[in-house]
Design a protein around this ligand. Sequence first.
Ligand SMILES: Cc1cc2nc3c(=O)[nH]c(=O)nc-3n(C[C@H](O)[C@H](O)[C@H](O)COP(=O)(O)O)c2cc1C
Ligand code: SF4
Ligand code: FES
Length: 548
Amino acid sequence: MTTRARAFRATHAPGAEFNPVLPEFHRHAESAGSTGADAAALARTVHLPVASVRAALSSFTEARHDAAAVRVCAGTSCVLAGGPAIAGELRKQHHCEMVYCLGYCDRSPAAMTPSGRVVTGLTPSRFAELRGDPAHPAPPSIRCEARHAVVTRRLGAGEAGDPLAYRGLHRALSMRPDAVTDMVMAAGVRGRGGAAFHAARKWQLAARAPGYPKFVVTNGDEGDPGSFIDRELMERDPHGVLEGMAICAHAIGATRGIVFIRSEYPVSVQVMERAIIEAKSAGRLGRDALGPGRAFDVEVVRGMGSYVCGEETALLAAIEGQRGEVWPRPPYPVDSGVFGRPTVVNNVETIVNVPWILEHGAEAYAEMGTPDSRGTKAVCFNHGFARPGIAEVEFGLPLREVIERHGGGGAGGEPLEAVMVGGPMGSIVLPQDWDAPLCFTAMGRRGINLGHAGLVAIPRGTDWKAFLYHLLVFMKNESCGKCVPCRLGTARCHELATGGLMPESVEEVERILDVMREASLCAFGRETPGPVFTVLQRFRDKAIGRVS
Ligand SMILES: Cc1cc2nc3c(=O)[nH]c(=O)nc-3n(C[C@H](O)[C@H](O)[C@H](O)COP(=O)(O)O)c2cc1C
Ligand code: SF4
Ligand code: FES
């Protein structure tokens, strides 16, 4: 949809001007007692044609979701932990639906009760818990040297401080907006959501763009199986997220903030909503949050189950109540984002870096890491490592040190065949490449996508046929369908691989993946073929043939 059309739609929704539409979808679904929303009633509420509402709803898995079902994780980490066999047993007792990653990959396999509680380390002996209201799982292990505790400082590493003090914001408000952006630029913080774009560059562009109101959107969609740092930050440092957003709002002149959180993270939604109320009563958000008469308000928008809604344009479209599909850029969100208004979209971890920079200075931040990847990265380790959990490390460490020292190597001392870095759009990295430094550019030169730096251990003896099929099923299920190469390509590859990829189909799959890499509209279609190619190139003999 063009900028003009989106702005037109926003201004023709009486009483709902620039207000997110997606929450209405949830409200209707909830009042209907399930997520099967009544499109006609919803269309009347949101002042959209019923056809657009139907079209939007059909793009979200949750619109078809049975609210009474147990949601069993079919993400990569849970698959490697024997999830499919356990899910098979569970189906005999519970009505189940599949979901990609619940954010507890350090304790795979995982499943979620209809009330939103997660049971980790799932075995048949724990099935009964899924009928009740189990306790929220304990936090993961967090490891960090105190001097590198930037984003994990309030997760138990380093000095926490009073989360409601908002010292970074206080400092920012004593500075001119452009000086704040200059400071973030000098720190050199790059986006942690996958694209590694300089945060301050985005802020500069949004500050200069004409249009009112301006929005700060925090991306809490964290769909990569293997990553759970954003969930931890939203649940245990929600004020760090809000403070970072308020600093960004001051820098770009925004008055509105949205935290977009995937529906698979219901606790994050609750905690962030509670923190917004706390911040408002403490005067950190609200009418005079950024100084007399300078308002900044934040609200939470919950997703509806779609990996591609983590992509910034699909995310903004979902907020507007449109199909969760990617739109071509330009225009970029900084010029024409949510409702056609200038919008900065930053990842949760990116935004949590910001208060630390304001408090400790750009120099202290830039001293950590490498010249092109400054600061630290919270690396997540799944259950397949000897030390599952999160380690915040300086950029620049060799991947081997990250894997072996911080992750402890394979669980039970077993050697690893490879690690998957950065989820399905990331890379499968074999031990011969573990000397690569944890660094956006150096890794990029070797064809490794760091992504969000979730690491999934791939142990010796992995069933590569099943693994390959898992990757192709994920691609087919999660393609948003907006562009032809990815929509048809993922469907055809899945068709060819059903039951196992046979030798006579390999060449066709490779040809399709090549086209997807070249011609897809977004990074989903361009990057998800990467791990499939690695499996086909490095483990060809083990990956081709009938899945047992
Ligand atoms: C298919 C797809 C899924 C994505 N999922 C996420 C996500 O879950 N979280 C995230 O922050 N960024 C995700 N991104 C990247 C966003 O489009 C965007 O670059 C990012 O949120 C910007 O924030 P940053 O600059 O702070 O990294 C995804 C991109 C694509 C193509
Ligand atoms: S590449 Fe796939 S996910 Fe991206 S726009 Fe095209 S169909 Fe959608
Ligand atoms: S919890 Fe299953 S892959 Fe993350």
